[in-house]
Design a protein around this ligand. Structure first.
Ligand code: ZN
Length: 127
């Protein structure tokens, strides 16, 4: 899905106890990645910024909590946590479904691609 692997994502994980006593992790990511524009297929930069709370509950009670809060995920407390997998998942979730350049920002919008403009002969060459 990523147009190039040069995007960087910074993340921060912080464990804490919620007011209700449940163990939780505050996950914060931000960064910039390159995606393929859905109109012209050229790379388009996309800024990521997302926060999520991950709350650990017994697997048997997971169904009671799911979809309760938008920015909170509930995970079974019995499962080992893979921090990078959490970051990865959150990054993917925060990507736009169909990335595009801003209006008029596509290289095809001018009628000529950047490549064609650069290769077009200068007028002086025509004499
Ligand atoms: Zn575009």
């Amino acid at each position: 899905m990523l147009a190039d692997p040069e995007g960087t994502i910074l993340y921060r994980l912080k464990g804490y106890s919620r007011k209700d006593g449940k163990p939780a992790i505050a996950l914060e990511i931000q960064g910039e990645v390159s995606l393929s524009c859905q109109r012209c297929l050229e790379p388009v930069r996309h800024r990521l910024r997302s926060e999520r709370s991950l709350v650990f509950v017994p697997a048997s009670r997971l169904a009671d909590f799911e979809d309760e809060e938008d920015d909170t995920d509930y995970l079974p407390v019995e499962d080992p946590v893979e921090p990078l997998a959490l970051v990865d998942e959150e990054a993917v979730l925060s990507l736009p479904m169909s990335p595009r350049h801003q209006e008029g920002g596509c290289s095809t919008d001018s009628g000529m691609s950047r490549l064609q403009r650069e290769c077009a002969p200068q007028e002086s060459d025509l004499h």
